[in-house]
Ligand binder design. Structure first.
Ligand code: PRP
Ligand code: URA
Length: 245
C-alpha cells in the first residue's frame, strides 16, 4: 500500500486565518490624547527636536543623513533627560583663583538596544563621554512582534547615578519592557528609557510594566499599523540608519 504523502494543510490554513504577518490586526489601541498625561512621561517640546524629527521622518532622507540626525537627536534628548541629575560640590582652581564647582554625582550608563539604538547612544556619548556603554541585542519577531534577545554585554558591577536604555522606536513596547526587565535582573538601579518616537499602545504598556522608569520621547505618534509599525512614524529605524533597506 503506498503511503499518503499529501501534506496536512489544515494547520497552515488555520494559521493563515490569524494573519501571522499582521499581528496588530484588530488589536484595540488607546487614543493618543488618552496617554498624554501618564505619569513621568516627558515628550520633548523643543523646536529643534521637532525640526530634526521631521527631516528624519521624510522618506527622502538617505541613510548617512538619517544616522547623523539620530545622533544629533540623541545628544538633544540626553540634554533633556539629564536636566535633574545630582551634582556634588567640587573644589577646583581656575587660572585666576580657587572656587567650588560642580561635578556629576555618580556614573552614567547607556544601554543601546541593538541595532537601532546605536545612533542614539553615540549622541548620548557626545554629551556624556565618560558614560559606560552596555550593549543589548534584541530583535522583534515580525510574525509575533515578540522581542528575541541575541546579544548581551551588560556589566555586573554597578555604581551608577542613572542608566539610560536607548532605542529610537517604542512600538508595541515589547522590546523596551524586555530590556528593562533584563537590566533590573542585573540589578541596574535608576533606569530611564529614551526613544525618538512612541506609539500610544507601546507607551501605555511600558508605563504599566515599569511604572518606576521615567520615559523620554522626542515625539508621540498616532497608532500602530497592522504590522506593528508606528504611524506616521519613520519606517524601520535600523534599516534606515544602516542602509539595509
Ligand atoms: C525595532 C526598534 C525597537 C523595536 C520596537 O527594532 O529599534 O527595538 O523594533 O518595537 P516594539 O516596541 O514592538 O518591541 P528591530 O527589532 O526592528 O531591530 P533592529 O534594531 O535590529 O532594526
Ligand atoms: N521598529 C521600527 O524600526 N519602526 C517601527 O515603526 C516599529 C518598530
Amino acid at each position: 500500500m503506498s503511503q499518503d504523502t499529501t501534506p496536512d494543510t489544515s494547520e497552515l490554513a488555520s494559521e493563515s486565518t490569524i494573519s501571522p504577518s499582521l499581528p496588530m490586526r484588530g488589536v484595540p489601541q488607546p487614543e493618543r490624547a488618552s496617554v498624554l498625561s501618564l505619569p513621568d512621561v516627558h515628550i520633548s517640546e523643543h523646536p529643534v527636536v521637532a525640526h530634526k524629527i521631521s527631516i528624519l521622518r521624510d522618506r527622502n532622507t538617505n541613510p548617512p543623513s538619517f544616522y547623523g540626525l539620530v545622533r544629533e537627536l540623541g545628544a538633544l534628548l540626553a540634554y533633556e533627560a539629564t536636566s535633574d541629575l545630582r551634582t556634588v560640590p567640587t573644589p577646583l582652581e581656575t587660572p585666576l583663583e580657587p572656587m567650588v564647582g560642580e561635578k556629576l554625582a555618580g556614573g552614567v550608563g547607556i544601554v543601546p538596544i541593538l541595532r537601532a539604538g546605536l545612533g542614539l547612544a553615540e549622541g548620548f556619548r557626545q554629551v556624556l563621554p565618560d558614560a559606560q556603554v552596555w550593549h543589548l541585542g534584541l530583535r522583534r519577531d515580525e510574525r509575533t512582534l515578540e522581542p528575541i534577545e541575541y546579544y548581551n554585554q551588560l556589566a555586573r558591577a554597578v555604581n551608577l547615578q542613572v542608566c539610560f536604555s536607548v532605542d529610537p522606536m517604542l512600538a508595541t513596547g515589547g522590546s523596551a519592557i524586555d530590556a528593562l526587565n533584563t537590566l533590573k535582573r542585573y540589578g541596574v538601579p535608576h533606569l530611564r528609557y529614551v526613544a525618538l518616537i512612541g506609539a500610544p499602545y507601546g507607551l501605555l504598556k511600558l508605563r504599566e510594566a515599569h511604572p518606576d522608569v521615567p520615559i523620554y520621547l522626542a515625539a508621540l505618534d498616532e497608532r500602530l499599523d497592522e504590522r506593528g509599525y508606528i504611524c506616521p512614524g519613520l519606517g524601520d529605524a535600523g534599516d534606515r540608519q544602516f542602509g539595509t533597506l
